[in-house]
Every structure is written in C-alpha cells, then in structure tokens.
Design a protein around this ligand. Structure first.
Ligand code: PMV
Length: 341
C-alpha cells in the first residue's frame, strides 16, 4: 500500500441494546452475547483529514471546538489497532466530529463516534490497499469499532444487531457484530419508536469502563452471563412469533438487571435518578390501565428509552408521554428517534 493525503467522511448511528453487554474480558471480548436496535436519527458525522507527510499525531474537534482529551483517547486507540491497519501511524489526523443529538444526553455517543471513525479508517484503508469489497470493509469496520468501544461494533449495521457468540445466531462472533436474520423477525418488531427522556444531562458518576471492570468481582456475574444466553434463546422465539407481551417483559428485565448489577458491584453504584424510577412506575401503571404497549429500556445512565410500536395506539401513547412523563426530565428534554428496517 502507498499512503497519500486524503479526506474521508462517514456517518454512523447510535444503538440501544435489548439484551445488554455488561462485563468483558481482555481485548474487548464480551462476557455474554448482546443484541441491539440501531437508531435512525441519533448519529455522529465525522470527517478525517489524513496528512501523509507529517509525523503521527491526532487533533480532534467536537462541534467546532478542539477536544484535547478526546484526541488523546483516539491516539491511544490508533496505536492499539496498528496491528490491523499497518499504515495507521504514518501521518497526522485532523478529525472533525458532530453529533445530531445533545452531547450530554447519555445517548451512546461512543457507539456512534467509534462507528463513524472506524468507517472513515476503512475508507482510507480501501484507498491505500485498493480493496473495495464493501461487505468485508463493513465487517472490519465493526471489528475496529469494537476495539474503541464494545457496543460501537453493533452500530455499523441497521436493524437488530448481534454481538457475541451465541448458538442462537449462525455466524455470530465475539470479534464483530452481525445483523440478526431478517426473515426471523416478525414484522411487528421492524417499526418501533424510541423516545429518549433526558432525566439527567450531566456526566455519569461511573464510566462504563469502570462498570464493566466491576463485573470481575461481582458475585452475581456468572449467573448474569448465563442468563443473557438464556434470554437469547427466549428472544429468538419471541422475535419469530411476534409475542409483544413476552418481548416487553424480557426487554424491561434486561434493563433492570443491568442496573441491579451496578447495585451489587463492590463498590456499589447507582446511575438511575428519582425521575428514572418515577417514569418506570408511571409506565407500569399506564400499561395496566390501558393495555397499550409502552415499555422502557435503560442504558448505563439515568435516561429512559421509551419504546412503543408505531400503530393505531401511538397517538395515545405520545400524548401520555407529553402529559405525564416529560415533567420528570431535567429541562423537558426528549430525543425522538425510531427504528425502521
Ligand atoms: O460500549 P461500552 O463499553 O460503552 O459499554 C456499554 C454497555 C451498555 O451500553 C450499558 C449496554 C450495551 O450493550 O450497549
């Protein structure tokens, strides 16, 4: 390969896990398989200017502002992946990135961010190596994104995406993500709303890196990893048959298990806020009273992802959210996204 100065750009969405990844081994190997929905609107747009005649360094700009800490992180990441991209340290990088969603919203910007950078790197690799096969570029982008942030590897594809080896999905791997077979997904699960209530917009008190690490000494970890496998088996059946009630039960159980693991870590930590619990209780009451399919999932933070199908019930659900749930957000903040595939 011959390197030359180039500018490439890419866009990558965030994702929200249904079966959660929490706990990992060395080299970003997940302790259990996970599955997520890729979002349609919350994205990171990134451009990478590669200057071949200069020595290795990284400069990053987030929404126009220079971010030195992020640059250090990327520099370390690039050194880490030299084994897989031998040209990567042979130039200077100017990386400009912006999110289409609020920075402090707790929507996984590391997933969309590393996804977008990995796509840019594979664009450069294609130019330098002459390899243009899109499928293998995407697979390698997922592999590289994983090394930046585990959950990022699931953002490279649209729809329902699996990361981590499971007997339930042929071709699944700990090293990169694969799309869940489309023909095994009931049409009911291909059109969903995800409204993210911004309960708390500040920095998280415990990073996900630290959280994953604490699973090493969590007395419930082994049982949790085993349960994630069991939940995959159950979910596979649900996705095929279109059993919404069981889907809701499983997705909410996974969200609460993630936070239960945090509470049972040593030291313990809690990322939910009062508003998170108030919203969850109101969702349960609403479901009991109306029978409508509004449910939630959580990421490693206080914000609540409100999931509901796009059908004749969605207008009633939307007005309930506006009337009853928005008041629990910090500044009336809600990010309206959806999954369509
Ligand atoms: O990708 P990381 O290391 O930031 O881990 C995030 C894990 C969760 O978002 C909490 C769950 C998941 O599977 O996305």
């Amino acid at each position: 390969f011959t390197v030359s100065s180039q500018t490439v750009s890419a866009s990558c969405p965030s994702n929200i896990a249904l079966i959660k990844y929490w706990g990992k081994f060395d080299n970003q190997i997940p302790a259990n398989p996970s599955i997520s929905y890729t979002l349609n609107h919350c994205k990171t747009n990134t451009s990478v200017e590669f200057l071949a005649d200069e020595s290795f360094s990284v400069q990053t700009f987030l929404a126009g502002n220079e971010e030195k800490k992020f640059a250090e992180k990327i520099e370390k990441y690039f050194r880490n992946i030299e084994e897989y991209l031998p040209w990567i340290l042979k130039g200077k990088y100017i990386i400009k990135t912006e999110n289409t969603f609020p920075h402090s919203s707790g929507i996984a910007s590391s997933a969309s961010g590393f996804g977008a950078i990995a796509k840019c790197l594979m664009e450069l690799d294609g130019i330098f190596s002459g390899i243009t096969d899109e499928d293998s570029k995407l697979k390698k982008a997922s592999f590289l994104a994983r090394l930046g942030s585990g959950s990022a590897c699931r953002s490279l594809y649209n729809g329902l995406i699996v990361w981590g080896e499971t007997k339930e999905v042929a071709g699944s791997s700990d090293l990169f993500a694969v799309p869940y077979p489309n023909e095994e997904i009931h049409s009911m699960f291909k059109k969903f709303n995800d409204w993210v209530l911004l309960i708390h917009e500040g920095e998280k008190s415990v990073s996900s890196t630290v959280g994953h690490g604490l699973m090493k000494t969590n007395p419930y970890a082994e049982r949790r990893f085993q349960e994630a496998h069991e939940n995959f088996t159950t979910l596979k059946e649900i996705l095929k048959t279109g059993d919404m009630r069981r889907f809701i039960k499983l997705v909410e159980h996974e969200a609460l298990t993630l936070h239960a693991m945090m509470m049972m870590s040593d030291p313990a930590f809690i990322l939910m806020k009062t508003g998170t619990l108030e919203v969850i209780n109101k969702i349960w009451e609403f479901r009991k009273a109306t029978g409508l399919d509004l449910f939630f999932t959580l990421d490693a933070g206080a914000n609540v992802h409100l999931l509901f199908p796009e059908d004749s019930s969605s207008e009633t659900i939307k007005s309930f959210i506006v009337k009853e749930l928005l008041q629990h957000t910090q500044n009336g903040g809600v990010v309206k996204d959806e999954m369509r595939f």
